[in-house]
Design a protein around this ligand. Sequence first.
Ligand SMILES: [Zn+2]
Length: 98
Amino acid sequence: MPTDRPPRLIRLVRQPDDRGVGVFAITKDARTQYYVYCEIRCDIGGRGFAVHRLGLAELYYVRIGSPIESSCECLGFLRHGYCKHVQGLSALIGHGLL
Ligand SMILES: [Zn+2]
């Protein structure tokens, strides 16, 4: 297995507007995908986000908190217990951007 794969980069494209809707981008292997997100109420621990990939109909609800509080509805998370949505939003929160 090659270990020199390019890292996945996430950046905040647009800060949340007055309705809480913003945009972030995930770039990997020279391809960038844009996601619209909106923080939503979460009463069960952690912070909740609705994440919608631009150009596709997929909408995921993502929860970010401690490891047991973090979850996503996508197939990647169901299969592996982590995914780019959780990792990406966690990174933005960790850097104080959200
Ligand atoms: Zn996910």
